[in-house]
Write a protein that binds this ligand. Sequence first.
Ligand code: NAD
Ligand code: 0WE
Length: 261
Amino acid sequence: MGLLEGKTALIFGVANKNSIAWGVAQAFHREGATIGISYAGKILERRVNPLAESIGCDFVEECDVSSDEDIADVVAKAEKRFGKIDILVHSIGFANRDELRGPYYNTSREGFRLAMDISVFSLVALSRAFQPLMNPGGAILSMTYHGSVKVTPNYNVMGVAKAALEASTRYLAYDFGKEKVRVNAISAGPIRTLAAAGIGGFKAMYKAFEEMAPLNENITIEDVANAAVFLSSNLSARTTGEIFYVDAGYNIMGVPSVETV
Ligand code: NAD
Ligand code: 0WE
């Protein structure tokens, strides 16, 4: 029997087959969950529809999380279709590309606002909007990155946004405790997804990551997805407000290893 049998999950942030959110959708399907998918923007529709179909998911809704109206619409549709839900997955991040290079102090006011709105406030807004639909025993999950606590050159405003996302995870965990809903975040090592495409120096960072991490391996969307299964299932029933690292151990290192590999 699957770990998520009888549970309904809504997953935000599927862009294509490389998306972490898509890895999560597949793993949740494998574990017996009923799945709804949300994506941003009409152009993604033709990519996301066939993916959803392949796991027998026919709740596929467009939602731009910077729009209160879009959020209200997807909540109404989810309520109509599912009644209650058990799991909410937020796998969304965005900053203007020109904010992801050069000094952090060059961040513009509007660039800062946009990154915080889409990457952080959206978790708060979705949590509030879905709160009346969440079953006790449910879970809310988001995706973060270690650039929130240690400097990753060029990650810039996204690092600051992830710090706010992780703090939001703790405040939401407190709020939702009385609803018996848990709120956690997965801190994933670098993965070549759409959100990593075209980032200057990503390839070199990927290689350096592999050398530094105790397990000497990069991580995959399947690794993240399996952790998401755990954090959304009853196996993690007393874990909330936590930042759960799926990074081959990279974050525990203080200096790179000088041993021969
Ligand atoms: P991705 O590009 O596949 O996913 C990002 C998603 O955000 C896309 O589906 C995109 O459509 C969505 N999005 C952007 N603006 C939106 C808006 N206004 N409304 C709704 N959705 C919007 O890339 P990914 O790597 O799977 O990213 C998912 C999450 O994982 C992000 O929070 C990212 O910061 C985080 N993360 C990624 C990595 C990595 O190395 N790829 C590592 C750690 C954490
Ligand atoms: O969270 C992320 C990706 C965040 C991201 C990426 C993009 C690229 C395309 C947010 N917004 C955009 N906007 C775009 O236009 N990661 C953890 C992956 C990532 O991104 C980096 C990294 C790593 C790691 C950017 C600079 C340095 C390192």
